[in-house]
Design a protein. Sequence first.
Length: 235
Amino acid sequence: MTKHQKRLSVPKSWPVERKTETFTVKADAGPHGEAGVPLLIVLRDVLGYADSRKEARYALNEDSVEINGKAVSDEERPVGMFDILAFTERDEYYRVFPGEGGRLALTAIDPDAADSKLGKIVGKQYVSGGDVQLTLHDGETLLVEDDDEYTPNDSLVVDNEDGEVVAHFTYEEGALVTAVDGAHAGEIGSIDEIQVTPGSSSNNVIVEQEDGEGFETVEEYVVVIDENFTGGDDE
């Protein structure tokens, strides 16, 4: 199987120029599905920390690059929405956040904020033993005891070291959200109304913004956040 990906056909979330060259690196199987961006693209095309795959491999072999608290050695490891990137030798920390047009962008954060990551609940099911398993947007699963507390579309902040839930944001009218896909990707506002659509169609969400503009999108495109996720170094 080829390890190359045509630039013109990469997902719109990938922060690469599509017409400069024919091919780019292909992401390995892993978190975030097809939307996951290979780490090499982040190191080379976004941050400029490596000029080539060889340089990226050398840097990764130093165990100084971490994703969600774990050292990474594979330059094709997918990076996606709300992942935490740490460059320990540089003392630099970033959260992957939706940017304009749906492209993934990096937001600088303080070291304390790099200890946990945000996840949107996309699935909930009972497993043997009576526990409830939650599935997050990046494919991570968590076991919880209180099945009434968490519902799909809620967001959790999960500690990178022990996997414990450290914060829970409920999906409801009035909640602060960001759009992660669609025409309004990267925009932030509060849910004004959740319009339940009969049948199998997606629910609509009307989001109000401080500037009075607001927007409407589908439920799958919004993620509940809190004020700590709207800025950079002020966390």
